[in-house]
Design a protein around this ligand. Structure first.
Ligand code: EPU
Length: 427
């Protein structure tokens, strides 16, 4: 087991490249199950969630070649093998196996998903969608059993705007008979990316990226080649880092429109931002102003950037408020930031940050993926050495983070944890 060490307090400079989008990748890979022939996805990030899904598709008979970010999946020998335990419990996105396997085989057994602990994360809207399409869904001993004689298109209104439910229903509906209409659908770029892959496979989908998606079922889907979109959350993490400790940083391979809400907030704070075709240049202003943010569904400010943004806010003069309307309990990073000398209090769904505070290096624990990103940024801002444990969370979503940050001049390295440290970490 490893920990991350960061010698903070030094400015960073240069250019950093964004990888393919994690939250697309984890849906695109299960989507390949629906094809009858080989699908190739280019530009996948080198993260543990991708490796985990690759292994899960191999468990059900997929033949997969994965090198240099390019994954080729031959789904022709896949079967609807039950996956009640094991790897499915390790990542949240294993829920996409439900939609994809139900769509292809009309049956699936999938263990309830794991992933980051951000408070309650129900999947009732996914299940409501599967049932509307004609599936019987039961929960038996921690696994979801799905079965249908046939899937028929239906009109489904999502009570909660959900990325996962929108994609999962699309996956289940592309091979159903007739038309499915998803109303109050989520509009995240990852949904458009999955719809693009499915369309290239032969699916008939209209409206992805708006709040009404219409899907006309087809008999079969073919193989194709697809290039994944850049990771807007990784890009956003780097932009926040550049505002906190940069002396002029180019973020490369980014779609500026995908991070508009963040650009607007950073500019409001006094950060200089220039956007190019697929690059964003960030240089901090002379004094950063405090601002309030409220997380919302896309195109609002993303909940996944709320935690990294909190680290940046510790540097601003005055009081800032961060309200998370998506995950009201996504504040496990706050105690750790306090250990580093931040003045933050949590009141209900909001964190109130009083700055400026000079962060100090400390031993901290990443409780989830974006908390990890927040602590890495804080470590770069802090005086002295910061040690971050819980690296397995960071490795789920950030590809080659140490190498990328070292390329900007950061002093950051991985180190084996001692036996005593592992014991302490587990308690
Ligand atoms: N919700 C329900 N019922 C459902 C589904 C969702 O009540 O059936 C609620 C959730 O509890 C939450 C809200 O609806 O309050 C939004 O959840 P959503 O379903 O959109 O989240 P998700 O699909 O499970 C994805 C990302 C998350 C990201 C959220 C919100 C993936 C694999 N995960 O999760 O990413 O925070 O959308 O944008 O795409 C991350 O990358 O760190 C991460 C957690």
């Amino acid at each position: 087991m490893e920990k991350l060490k960061i010698a903070g307090g030094y400015p960073l400079q240069g250019s950093i490249r964004v990888s393919g989008a994690k939250n697309s990748a984890v849906a695109l890979i299960p989507a390949t199950i629906l094809a009858d022939s080989t699908v190739t996805i280019e530009g996948l990030p080198d993260i543990s969630d991708v490796q985990m899904l690759k292994a899960l598709l191999e468990e059900i008979g997929g033949e997969i070649d994965f090198r240099d970010g390019e994954m080729t999946v031959d789904p022709s020998k896949m079967i609807s093998m039950p996956l009640p335990n094991g790897r499915v419990k390790k990542l949240r996105a294993s829920y996409y196996l439900m939609g994809a396997m139900l769509g292809k085989f009309k049956k699936a057994v999938i263990g309830l998903p794991g992933g980051c602990h951000l408070g309650p994360r129900p999947i009732d809207q996914h299940i409501k969608g599967f049932e509307a399409l004609g599936a019987q869904v039961t929960n038996e001993q921690g696994a979801i059993y799905l079965r249908a004689d046939e899937l028929r298109g239906a009109k489904i209104y999502l009570d909660v705007v959900s990325v996962g439910a929108t994609i999962n229903i699309m996956l289940a509906a592309v091979l159903a008979k007739g038309r499915t209409v998803i109303e109050n659908a989520a509009k995240e770029p990852e949904i458009i990316d999955v719809a693009t892959l499915l369309t290239n496979m032969g699916a008939r989908i209209k409206g992805a990226g708006t709040d009404v998606i219409r899907i006309d079922g087809v008999e079969k889907l073919n193989g194709c080649r697809h290039t994944i979109i850049p990771d807007r959350i990784e890009a956003g993490t780097f932009m926040i880092m550049a505002a906190a400790v940069g002396q002029g940083i180019i973020i490369d391979n980014v779609i500026a429109q995908h991070v508009e809400s963040l650009i607007a907030k950073l500019r409001e704070m006094g950060v200089n931002i220039e956007t190019g075709d697929d690059q964003i240049f960030v240089s901090p202003g002379s004094q950063l102003k405090s601002v309030d943010i409220k997380t919302l569904v896309y195109p609002g400010f993303p909940t996944d950037l709320q935690q990294p943004f909190t680290s940046l806010l510790t540097k601003t003069t005055g009081s800032s408020m961060v309200t998370d309307t998506i995950y009201g309990a996504r504040f496990k990073h706050i105690d750790e930031l306090r250990r580093m000398n931040a003045a933050i209090k949590v009141e209900g769904r909001a964190a109130i940050i009083n700055g400026p505070a000079q962060l100090q290096g400390a031993k901290v624990k990443a409780s989830d993926l974006r908390a990890g990103a927040a602590l890495v940024i804080a470590g770069l801002m802090a005086e002295g050495i910061t040690e971050v444990t819980g690296l397995e969370h960071i490795d789920r979503g950030y590809s080659h983070l140490v190498e990328k940050l070292s390329g900007l001049g950061a002093t950051i390295w991985r180190e084996e944890m001692t036996v005593e440290e592992i014991e302490q970490f587990k308690n």
